[in-house]
Design a protein. Structure first.
Length: 256
């Protein structure tokens, strides 16, 4: 299966945008346009089980992204990942290192990292709501948890729509078609030597601030940026500022 995707721009360098686990490719509207205007060929996709990409078989998200690059005839790309998309970007860089030229990680997850008791408890609340059939409450729990104080009603409405869509796509999927998570160790991450931006919001959950600490330590070419204003989804909370951060980082990475 080829992931559903959009293309913009005609520059010589390719940038792939990977969405968070409560969103789909629509979260990137502003950075998508800004990166294309800055001279990049930009790809944003829906990972399997999100947006317009269904789940039809067991799958590994990083391999799906690699296959999308093959479909587009792209040998190497800079990869921008938000939250779960950051985790997928790290898996891609660790498993297929020749395919990634730079990484920009926004409130990123980390392969193999166990969630805190707090985050497990949050997941239990979400599971209980879904098992009770209260989809509206499960959606609102996600909106309230993952958006920081800068998020306006437009951002909240979009996350509400994207998260509901993810539930609708994923809940009917049989267990045998679930994701197959690759084994990526801290030693594998330490072998990722491309330029990496590790950005995290001051208002993000402690788990993701701890992930930023770990990634800053593990990735040899990491540069950390703490966003005083941000929660978990800076690309939706201050999209123009996030776009400028990404444009500047990719220009810097290309010059190294």
């Amino acid at each position: 299966m080829t992931l559903s995707h959009d293309l913009a721009g005609t520059g010589p360098s390719t940038v792939v945008l990977l969405h968070s686990g409560v969103c789909d490719r629509r979260m990137w509207d502003v950075p998508f346009a800004a990166l294309a205007a800055a001279g990049h060929r930009v790809v944003r996709c829906d990972l399997r089980g999100f947006g317009e990409t269904p789940v039809d078989a067991p799958h590994t998200h990083a391999d799906d992204v690699r296959d999308l690059l093959d479909h587009l005839g792209t040998a190497r790309a800079a990869v921008v990942g938000s939250s779960f998309g950051g985790e997928v970007a790290l898996e891609l860089a660790a498993r297929h290192p020749g395919r990634v030229s730079a990484l920009a990680l926004l409130g990123s997850g980390m392969p193999g990292r166990e969630p805190s008791e707090e985050l497990r408890a949050w997941g239990g609340r979400e599971d209980a709501l879904l098992e009770a059939g209260d989809l509206d409450a499960a959606v609102e729990l996600n909106v309230d948890t993952w958006l920081g104080p800068e998020a306006g009603e437009e951002a909240r409405a979009l996350v509400r729509e994207m998260q509901r869509r993810a539930f609708e796509v994923q809940l009917p999927v049989p267990d045998e078609h679930g994701p197959v998570d690759p084994v990526v160790t801290p030693e594998d991450l330490a072998g990722i030597r491309v330029p990496a931006l590790v950005a995290v919001g001051r208002h993000d959950l402690p788990d993701f601030r701890a992930v930023a600490d770990d990634l800053t330590r593990l990735l040899p070419a990491a540069r950390r940026v703490d966003l005083d204003w941000a929660g978990h989804l800076p690309a939706l909370e201050r999209p123009d500022e996030t776009a400028r951060l990404l444009v500047a980082f990719l220009a810097e990475a290309a010059g190294r």
